[in-house]
Design a binder for this molecule. Sequence first.
Ligand SMILES: Cc1ncc(COP(=O)(O)O)c(C=O)c1O
Length: 369
Amino acid sequence: MRERLFLSAPHMGGNELKYIEEVFKSNYIAPLGEYVNKFEESIRNYTGTPNALAVSSGTAAIHLALRILGVGEGDDILASTFTFIGSVNAILYQRANPVFIDSDTASWNLSPQLLEAYLKSCSKKPKALIVTHLYGMSADIEEIVRICKAHDIHLIEDAAESLGATFNGKHTGTFGDFGIYSFNGNKILTTSGGGMLVTADKAWRDKALFYATQAKEPYIHYEHEEYGYNYRMSNVLAAIGVGQMEVIEARVEKKRQIFDWYRKYLNDLEEITFMPELPNSRGNRWLTALTFEKTDYNKIMKALEEVNVESRPLWKPMHMQPLFKGCKSYLDGTSEALYKKGLCLASSTIMTEEDVKMVCETIKKEIAQ
Ligand SMILES: Cc1ncc(COP(=O)(O)O)c(C=O)c1O
């Protein structure tokens, strides 16, 4: 059978192995070394953020941000409900309470209207908001920044899926107090596992480095006044990251091309709606996501599986997860409705137009039955 078409398979740029060999030759296998600096530098140059810290995962980056903002037991932390669990687990690590805000149909991302309405009506002021740029598509981030500023709420952008996406030409991840990117196995770029914390504040970046490296006080001996974490990225993985960053724009272009092919071949199906792209934004279209108004997506997933093509339901909103039963949420039903109708389609950057056409024909055949 033809090779499996994955949602988003790793796609090396070509120089990664060479850089790994250089790491081995220098014997800087242990954490840190020049590739960690180079990887951070490439993220700074590409996104325009002044400070970046390479860490072991996107989840670790969010955790560091919450710790630095002083989030602790009993604090309320607002978050997009329509997201992946990695976005919000760190709220629990800090023993804080997530408060989930629903999406709007214009972006499928966090609704600024609901955010503002919640902040106007709540009796307890939340400490921060974690907003996700879902599937690589920018949230209405300028409006969200405005609301957070007006209500004095810290903003963490979960740009785990959206490296390369911009709003009014500015990179997602660089609007808030902190932004995070993920390089896990299926992201637009991968280091096999890893993350990046970005911030405009150098003191916060230094503090994050301190916490990410076991919170060692600046003495020759090992002195500790606070607890920390072992969250730094290794030089070997950063070498992969440097190679991957050389092809980021090509990957964004290809993801967008794949989306255009899907639109071209599925557009005549009246019952489908693709995830929208907000005006003035450029998504990275990490995964092509769409909803089916009439057809049960399980049927479509099964048909795709039969031709060895991966697909996946949209993220199940956090407020619907048993883990968060009893948590506060501010909802209007948008994310639940999307979740019940939606799928992510195979969007690997190695895919050809023929591959996409085949996926679309399989979907159409199933719908016609
Ligand atoms: C929206 C979102 N947030 C957070 C994460 C967590 O990133 P990581 O897997 O690098 O910890 C991911 C990806 O896994 C994600 O998709």
